[in-house]
Design a protein around this ligand. Sequence first.
Ligand code: AMP
Length: 179
Amino acid sequence: MTDATVAVPAWASRLRDIADFPKPGILFKDIMPLLAHGEDFRSAITAMADRWRGQQLDAIVGIESRGFILGAAMALELGVGFVPVRKPGKLPGKVLREEYTLEYRSDCIEVHADALPAGARVAIIDDVLATGGTLGAALSLVRRLGVEVVGAGVLVELDGLGGRARWEADLPLHTELVF
Ligand code: AMP
């Protein structure tokens, strides 16, 4: 299922491109100016949260680190829990780990093994979809908890990097802006 939004929301002007970060050749989509503007930040969070209203979610799973900011705000907006998927060595309890390859490095992610009860309904949230490696790894990781992943959402989708093609075709992947 695909549903990339066509209309450009007003808050989109708060995003900025930073060339050659974190390494040459990468055009970094910086969401910090959006976060710093209260009204536009709220509009973006409301748009992302609206995708999941009435879906009986139990929790939002946010990917470190900007997925924490967006995901935690969405969880409050929706009145559901928040579960962090973190970079290795950050979580204090027993973890499950998943390795993956990013646009600009290899990495792995972890989640607490007891983060959610089996059967919990979750949506996975991150700021940017590029190659789809991170979101795909998060999907595999949290499914190992026995939870039901209802779908995923990102603020920005970078078209042409194959991210959407790597995502499961019959699982919703909500995008607010496509570049
Ligand atoms: P990917 O796994 O290739 O889809 O990359 C997505 C992850 O890397 C997200 O957590 C993003 O925060 C980060 N990321 C990758 N490319 C960019 C980019 N061009 N601008 C900002 N963040 C990016």
